[in-house]
Design a binder for this molecule. Structure first.
Ligand code: THU
Length: 137
């Protein structure tokens, strides 16, 4: 993946984070997914008073790409800060991302510094995942 494209996705995740709807936790998250063809789709966490209805930024970005017919996602960027550090996707998001492609790159960005703190893959974050192993359409 081109360095410039990753830079663009990091900037997009940081920028969109401002739109997070997090009145309950106050924890703002921005995400961006990168498709194989180099398109970028963004998302933010959207919280709900029925807490279980809350959706994380990663899934919003992913679903946005799928809705646009671009399910061929090669990387996801997560921009947030907790205790001064970037955060890793939650368990539900890991499973959701793994269903699309376990080899997807995961790029964790510290929203305070704007720097990439860690790069990994969904497979590394979710070993022995549950899967029906159907090919992606
Ligand atoms: N959240 C995300 O959007 N992504 C993550 O990777 C971790 C958690 C959201 C869900 C909820 O709105 C808030 O952060 C606190 O859990």
């Amino acid at each position: 993946m081109r360095k410039e494209l990753v830079k663009k996705a990091v900037a997009a995740a940081l920028k969109v984070r401002r739109h997070a709807r997090a009145p309950y936790s106050g924890f703002m998250v921005g995400a961006a997914v990168i498709t194989r063809s180099g398109r970028i789709f963004t998302g933010v966490n959207v919280e709900n008073s029925s807490f279980g209805a809350t959706v994380c930024a990663e899934r919003v970005a992913l679903f946005s790409a799928i809705t646009a017919g671009r399910g061929d996602i090669v990387a996801v960027v997560v921009a947030a800060t907790l205790d001064g550090h970037a955060v890793s996707p939650c368990g539900i998001c890991r499973q959701t991302l793994a269903d699309i492609d376990p080899e997807m790159r995961v790029i964790l960005v510290n929203a305070q510094t704007g720097e990439i703190e860690k790069e990994t893959t969904v497979a590394a974050l979710l070993p022995d995942r549950f899967s029906f192993d159907i090919p992606n359409p």
